[in-house]
Design a protein around this ligand. Structure first.
Ligand code: 5AD
Ligand code: SF4
Length: 481
């Protein structure tokens, strides 16, 4: 029998587009007594799609579930609850999730008590929310990016009241501190420093799915990192859609550079961050990185295109020359820094000349890696309405040409470490060859090397013997020259 909705609140694109500069509400997570241990004996499985922001959110959902008494499983057949934490950035990310939803329906015929939930960025879209409601009526739980702290309540309704829950808010979002977190890794941690995005690049769905830009208080971030350091964590990655805008919404004068400078004083060996926006990357941040210490010499700085005409249509607020000047300055103040980027090809109206300008920028910028994408129209964004008459085969061709150049950059970036001794934070056995250990250098290069499992979780010196396109090969030890 079809269940009725208990809680029901639908998203609205119109609301999601709004930016009203009211004060951001900051609240502390509380755990209602009646929810205590009601998940005892039940098992959960969370499938995470998309960016590190989603990975961090999944860790919070896992934290809440553990508090409720649930235990984790990696087997679909034994799960009582399966949550898909979804990504809306491109159409293929969404198609994968719809495929999964179709497949998981079968699981429900074998186990009618199984609860299926969809959360994250996809339900934030009006179109997807309605599609789930109409075409996937067997989904028990639908919620968005602004209300993961209410997961306990939703499950209570779903299990005890046997109701369906679909609650997605498009309001600008608050900041909820103190959500329990079950971290996936015991040496590397994600630390959200801000949520949302106000940039409104014309191709991007994120400002609509993640809401208004809002920063956590510096004390909350610094305390979290201090605690992680005390627990033996070796690395934190600060997360935000545009970390360089950190602090703009705070009532005091405190910027991303101030945060980096304060973090340098905390005894955590490695601090990374993602993602940066070139327009907001200021000199103070470049100087902060230049002071080194635990701030790692790697920057992911998405350029998106090398054509000023396309950059303008994308609403990126910089020219190719301004971008190149920022990275010149970075290299001047942070010698040896490794710079990676994101690039979109086939943006509506991209001509051969525009594409050549992207290749030209790539040659000048000397990136050591890049994520490359074909433009994917996202409903509700301005670019989805731009005229796009470029042949898909040409877009694919451009992507292949671009990737060849990108791969040269990966190899060049790795080659510069041949014969050098680098510091590697050891993650564990390599997936491809369990006889080898694997980890990342300060410059964020992947290294494989033989070694004892005792090294896992530690930072060790590795001498690089050979560079390949996708990794470095080395041996433990050696002395610094
Ligand atoms: N189509 C293709 N790529 C996109 N990105 C964001 N939106 C789109 C889109 N509609 C890419 C950008 C961004 C990265 C996270 O995803 O390059 O930096
Ligand atoms: Fe999307 Fe642009 Fe915001 Fe990045 S900065 S999340 S690309 S709108």
């Amino acid at each position: 029998m079809e269940k009725d909705y208990g809680k029901y609140f639908a998203p609205s694109l119109k609301e999601a587009r709004k930016r009203i500069k009211t004060e951001i509400e900051k609240i502390r997570f509380t755990f209602p007594e009646h929810l205590h241990q009601f998940g005892k004996g039940k098992k959960y499985l969370i499938k995470t799609y998309g960016c590190q922001g989603n990975e961090a959110d999944s860790e919070k959902m896992a934290g809440i579930l553990q508090k409720l008494g649930f235990t984790e499983t990696d087997k679909e057949e034994e799960a009582d609850l399966i949550l898909l934490n979804t990504c809306a950035i491109r159409e293929n990310a969404e198609n994968r999730v719809f495929g999964e939803l179709g497949r998981l329906k079968n699981l429900k015929t074998h186990n009618p008590d199984l609860l299926l939930g969809v959360c994250g960025c996809m339900p934030q879209e009006e179109r997807v929310f309605n599609l789930i409601k109409e075409k996937y009526p067997y989904i028990d739980l639908v919620f968005g990016t602004h209300n993961i702290h209410k997961l306990g309540e939703y499950l209570y309704d779903a299990y005890l009241n046997k109701e369906k829950v679909a609650e997605v808010f498009s309001e600008e979002g608050k900041i909820v501190e103190g959500i329990p977190t079950k971290r996936a890794h015991d040496r590397k941690a994600w630390v959200n420093i801000m949520y949302g995005c106000d940039e409104f690049c014309t191709y991007c769905i994120v400002p609509y799915t993640r809401g208004r830009e809002r920063s956590r208080n510096p004390e909350d971030i610094l305390n979290e990192v201090r605690e992680l350091a005390e627990q033996g964590y070796q690395e934190v990655t600060l997360l935000g859609q545009n970390v360089n805008a950190y602090g703009k919404d705070l009532e005091r004068d405190y910027s991303f550079a101030d945060l980096l400078n304060d973090l340098r004083g905390i005894p955590i060996p490695r601090v990374r961050f993602t993602t940066s926006h070139p327009h907001d990357l200021d000199d103070a941040t470049i100087y902060a990185l230049g002071r080194g210490g635990n701030l790692m010499p790697h920057l992911h700085l998405p350029v998106q295109s090398g054509s000023d005409r396309i950059l303008k249509k994308m609403n990126r607020k910089y020219t190719a020359a301004e971008y190149l000047e920022k990275i010149r300055k970075l290299r001047e103040h942070v010698p040896g820094i490794s710079i990676t980027t994101d690039i979109i090809v086939g943006f509506p109206g991209e001509t051969e000349e525009d594409f050549q300008a992207t290749l030209d920028l790539l040659r000048k910028a000397e990136f050591e890696g890049a994520f490359t994408f074909i433009f994917s129209p996202r409903e509700g964004t301005p670019a989805a309405k731009y005229q796009d008459d470029l042949d898909p085969a040409v877009k694919k061709e451009r992507l292949l040409t671009l990737n060849e150049l990108v791969n040269e950059g990966y190899l060049r970036g790795n080659k510069r470490f041949e014969g050098k001794i680098v510091k590697v934070l050891v993650d564990g056995p390599s997936d491809k060859d369990p006889g080898l250990l694997t980890g990342y250098t300060e410059h964020n290069k992947l290294v494989n090397f033989p070694g004892s499992k005792d090294l896992i979780g530690k930072i060790v010196d590795v001498k690089i013997e050979k560079a390949y396109t996708w990794h470095l090969r080395g041996i433990v030890g050696g002395t610094h020259s």
